[in-house]
Design a protein around this ligand. Sequence first.
Ligand code: TYM
Length: 336
Amino acid sequence: MNKNQGSKKAVVLSGIQPSGHLTLGNYLGALKNWIALQEQYDCHYALVDLHTITARQDPKQLRERCYEFLALYIACGLDPSKNVLFVQSHVPAHARLAWVLNCYTMVGELNRMTQFKDKSQKNANNINAGLYDYPVLMAADILLYQTRFVPVGEDQKQHLELARDVALRFNKLYGDVFQVPEPMIPRVGARIMGLQDPTSKMSKSDGSEANALYLLDPLEVMDRKFRRAVTDSGAEVRYSEDKPGVANLMSILSAITGESFVAIEARFAGQGYGVFKAGVAEVVIETLRPVQARYREIREDEPGLHRILKDGAERAAARAAPVLRRVHEVLGFIPE
Ligand code: TYM
């Protein structure tokens, strides 16, 4: 079977959970890369709503966030005519393949997933089977499109390894059914840390508002968050593991401007943290100012956004159908 069904460009797929609000971590770890890939690859980007219900969601907010995320993707530069932008629940093949892959994933493998352990700890009263099975649905998202590259942040590496292992296992049993995917993790910005607690990852579902920087934060709030970001008792702008706050701010700056850490150190030499933090704030604000302006315009046209999702779901479903059919065929299911 031609793994890249009717397309010569290599397939890229990624997803973000429409839970919470999009953070600078999501932007630098994933979204910024998605935009860079859109010319060269055959890209598919999903709003993974099925994944979000592994934690309780407010239905109204969930719907709102899907539109918000889509409008932000477009405002950041993702072109709906060049990328397949869709909602996971609109393409039933995801859940159908996930069931099959469940039967080719070992409980021992899922037990090792660090995100499951973290999330169970944070949500001790709702450790549901979906949360446990989450990486299998993610493997289905990826394998359904014969995906070659998966642009994600560092925290998704283990899930990607699992998707690769499941694909290899399935292929060993049934022939060359799935493309084995590879992660695409940015060199800088793959793990943006909290502004208040630079020893833990910045996260959409962060309890503390000041810890995460949201792409839609008012610009003056962004400025304040950076100025109050935790650094250390020193004054020297230097990249070092024992200076996690400073290192994080340097990573943010470097990921946006492309400057090396050495160049950043030279630029801020002898200037102290106040000037440095204001410099980082300015770069982030000037990157997001035009994004926010475009966002407001795009978000207003909800019927237009809905059309993009409808079209995206049709295109995604058409790409997924032959892969699911092939999977069912090798398993011995009677063709529909
Ligand atoms: P999610 O929604 O937690 O995060 C979306 C993307 O943002 C990256 N990211 C970060 N990068 C840098 N620094 C951070 N602090 C940071 N926080 C998040 C994540 O690595 C991710 O790339 N399981 C996935 C969603 C998913 C998916 C998929 C991804 C479902 N199916 C298929 C790729 C392919 C998740 O929860 O991402």
